[in-house]
Ligand binder design. Structure first.
Ligand SMILES: [Zn+2]
Length: 237
């Protein structure tokens, strides 16, 4: 008994029963596919907190929590933070009251091993969904490598979808436009390669369980894609 529509309208609170399970929505997809764009609005719509493991990391390190200090040791040595430590931080966060109805998970798991460890620790206490924002590489390359930002006012432009009136100049303030390092084609292609080798196997992993993996075609306007996300989530329950 878990209705997303009920969660969205807040009815879940009044209908909460002992068997109501928290809803965990894992956001996944290649870099630039729209996770970041839709996480905030989706969190608002579902009334569930958005947990970005990247932010969680930085927060723990900034506040010098015991886990943050441990993580920093690895980072300072140029090593990857071990999965166990990431999971400790995550479970620490999701034990908080605001996660009782569930949460959106962003940036984790990135590998099948992480997913297995996460699922094991979670047990059957939660309803798990993986929301996959699907976009072909070439569409991502077009979308991302065309982005330009203003050095003065940071207004975004796009060579194809929102071209500046004067080449290289911001429409708002006339400031110089530049391309962020992350948006350069060779950088993006590297990140896509990492995604395909490390993270894409998660799709096969999640599709083994009936109803767990939800695919959303992430091509289209922000509004179109968000509408699809809500429809897909509603249809899943
Ligand atoms: Zn500007």
């Amino acid at each position: 008994m878990c209705s997303l529509l009920a969660v969205r309208t807040g009815e879940a609170l009044s209908h909460a029963s002992v068997e109501a399970k928290p809803l965990v929505v894992i956001l996944m997809g290649p870099p630039g596919a729209g996770k970041g764009t839709h996480a905030g609005p989706l969190s608002h719509e579902l009334a569930l907190p958005h947990i970005s493991t990247g932010d969680l990391f930085r927060e723990n390190i900034r506040n010098q929590t015991p886990l943050g200090l441990k993580a920093k040791e690895f980072i300072d040595q140029g090593k990857l933070v071990p999965d166990d430590l990431v999971l400790d931080m995550l479970f620490n966060r999701i034990s908080k009251d605001d996660c009782k109805q569930g949460y959106l998970l962003d940036g984790f798991p990135r590998t099948v091993a992480q997913a297995q460890a996460f699922e094991q620790r979670l047990g059957s206490s939660s309803t798990l969904l993986a929301l996959h924002f699907a976009v072909e590489d070439e569409a991502l390359v077009e979308r991302i490598t065309g982005r330009l930002s203003c050095k003065q006012c940071s207004r975004p432009h796009h060579l194809k979808f929102d071209p500046p009136k004067a080449p290289g100049q911001c429409d708002s303030c006339g400031g110089p436009l530049y391309q962020r390092d992350d948006d350069r084609e060779e950088v993006l292609r590297k990140r896509l390669e990492v995604y395909h080798t490390q993270t894409e196997p998660l799709i096969a992993h999640f599709s083994k369980k009936e109803g767990l993996l939800l695919e959303v075609d992430s091509i289209g306007s922000k509004e179109e894609v968000f509408h699809r996300v809500l429809e897909t989530l509603d249809a899943s329950h």
